[in-house]
Write a protein that binds this ligand. Sequence first.
Ligand SMILES: [Zn+2]
Ligand SMILES: [Zn+2]
Ligand SMILES: [Zn+2]
Ligand SMILES: [Zn+2]
Length: 352
Amino acid sequence: MSSPNCDGCFRVDKSTNAVRFCMDCEESLCRECVAAHKTIKVLTTHQMVDLKDSSAGKVKDLAAKRYCRTHHEYTLEYFCTYHDAMCCHACIPVDHRACDKILPLNEASKDVKTSALLSDISDGLKLVSSAASETMHNREENIQRVNEQASSITGSISRFKETIINKINEMEKSAMKGLSDLKNEIISKLVNEKDSAKDIKSAIEEYNDQLQFMIKNGSDNQTFVFLQELRVTILNQDQTLNDAISRLGELSLNFTETNVIGEKELGSIKMSSDPCDVQQKHTKQFGAQIMLPIRKTPKKITYNSKLKIEQKESEMVKILVTGIASENKELHVCLNNTVCTYIAPMENVRAK
Ligand SMILES: [Zn+2]
Ligand SMILES: [Zn+2]
Ligand SMILES: [Zn+2]
Ligand SMILES: [Zn+2]
């Protein structure tokens, strides 16, 4: 960081590096100007700070005159004891016209270095600093806790996944066994049904062989008797087969998936918040630098009561009502440009 220029030399159009800052003159000075400063009697009491001193780094800013935020051209040279606020001379007639104790800065700042204000503010700095440290510590602990929770949850998620996989493997085994059992049951039923049909077919083939034998070798009588027997037998076999067919079904195996993976996630992770246990000791109120409300001229007045206006039915003219509230609690109303005074109780009039 380059050192600032000497304000003394700057006035005589020289450019030199400043080494010290005079708190009283509020100027940066070079080595030569510092020496010259010391030769003048009235300046010997002036407080000089070394610009190399790190805590004096911001010395120029700290010692600089403070300007009014409203009236940028004026410095804050007064202190209003009612508002506990610094102000410039232009602020006084605007914001502090009713304030009875406005002190010049010199007077207000007398003995400030031994004042209760300074010791309160020093205590305040310590309290705020320790509360900030405690908050930092608390947040640091919370960060660590959240990191630990995250790794613990990572483990839980993995374990839960394993559990689900094991469960699904078991479900697969059980489904395979179910499939195999049912298949065997169906096949065995189908085989039985096939065997029954096969039995009927064999019997029928045998009867056919006997019939062919009878046709070739038997007498008419023998054939006739045989046909009588065969007629009953065929009817029985036909009935048996008919009954069996009516009980048959086209058997199939079907698989319907259970929606075990219906959920999109293994679980949900949410943030919860409990009250934080940082306890803050509050600093004293050093007189808040807030502007107390200043009575201003109201811009809008609302009248909260009915105003009875005498008007004949025939005269249906538009009525224009304007009004003004006076200091002596009266509302003066103007109807259609004709002034008439209506004494209104002021509690019905609200100013904005
Ligand atoms: Zn100089
Ligand atoms: Zn000086
Ligand atoms: Zn001002
Ligand atoms: Zn004031």
